[in-house]
Design a protein around this ligand. Structure first.
Ligand code: NAP
Length: 291
């Protein structure tokens, strides 16, 4: 599909794309891997998940017909600015960042007219990071949302859709602002809650804190899995999607207060209704195989 696909940032997401592309054969003839970290580049040499490892991004993108940025969203603008003059004429630039308005805001002002930019976000991940955490089936059956700005070349959009479909994902085109609101509720707020609840548990007095760890029931354990996520990546996401996240947090806080009131006044119906709505959402997820 592509002659040369350059991946920049070979952590969980970038290395998963690399593994898939190396196995699939129908994604790119040559995979070039580039990472800012010396230790990641050294590791890539032994993992064998790219045809070539090139630490210098300006050299890594040379003659690539597709460049996929897989770095934390806080680093995307600087990486795009560094490679922009070195991209091949007609190349497709894409990314996997978890927030889309911020990425468009940083890249559109510096985008060359002969480069098509097709922002993307695969809704797949784990709490692990780094090149060893990736795996070729990460995107299987998952969504990849694309938020191309108006006027983007249709062939470039179709090519990035194909890339993700060959990685096993389903694709959907979406407006960037809508994407950020949806992701604020389904991903960013749950992470905020997980980091916060673990912080609250950690603030408890010594003896209680030890018991939290010793007797962690499944509810708390599930929060700790999410809270194990990468701090740089999540700091960047919270700051880049500030407005939508704060709006969802305000709505959540109101709803949590309503629940507190129902508990205080023994409002059985309110409590049972809320729990049933949660159960229905879980059943729905299982039915559409996204659980
Ligand atoms: P990750 O495992 O931490 O990998 C990021 C990689 O990028 C690291 O090797 C990092 O090196 C490298 N890097 C950082 N700054 C760089 C730069 N300026 N130039 C080149 N390489 C650089 O992160 P990830 O989970 O794969 O996430 C990558 C992107 O995917 C983020 O934008 C994130 O929002 C998005 N995403 C993540 C998930 C998820 O669940 N993890 C899901 C969907 C989308 P260092 O380690 O040395 O910093």
């Amino acid at each position: 599909m592509f002659r040369r696909l350059t991946l920049i940032g070979l952590g969980l997401i970038g290395s998963s794309v690399a593994r898939r592309a190396m196995q699939h054969g129908g994604i790119a003839h040559e995979i070039v891997a580039c990472d800012a970290s010396e230790s990641v580049c050294a590791r890539l040499g032994t993992l064998g998940i790219a045809h070539r490892v090139e630490p210098d991004p300006t050299l890594a993108v040379r003659d690539a017909d597709c460049v996929l940025l897989c770095v934390p969203v806080g680093a995307l603008g600087a990486v795009a600015a560094a490679i922009m003059p070195h991209l091949a004429a007609g190349a497709i630039l894409s990314d996997v960042g978890s927030t889309k308005q911020s990425v468009l805001g940083e890249i559109l002002p510096i985008l060359r007219p002969d480069i098509a930019f097709v922002p993307g976000h695969p809704l797949a991940g784990t709490e692990y990071s780094g090149p060893d955490s990736g795996f070729a089936t990460l995107f299987e059956g998952r969504w990849c949302l694309l938020t191309p700005p108006a006027g983007t070349d249709a062939n470039a959009i179709a090519a990035i859709e194909q890339l993700w479909q060959r990685c096993g994902a389903r694709t959907r085109i979406m407006d960037a602002a809508h994407h950020d609101r949806v992701l604020a509720i389904v991903s960013h707020l749950p992470h905020l809650l997980a980091f916060t609840i673990c912080g609250t548990a950690d603030d408890l007095a010594g003896e209680t804190r030890e018991e939290v760890l010793e007797f962690a029931a499944s509810g708390f354990r599930d929060f700790t899995r999410i809270a194990a996520s990468d701090p740089v990546m999540w700091r960047d996401i919270f700051l880049a999607n500030r407005e939508a996240l704060l709006e969802m947090l305000a709505r959540f806080t109101e709803d949590a207060q309503a629940m507190a009131r129902a508990i205080r006044w023994g409002d059985d119906d309110f409590i049972v209704d809320k729990i049933n709505r949660g159960r229905a959402i879980r059943r729905g997820l299982i039915e559409i195989r996204q659980a």
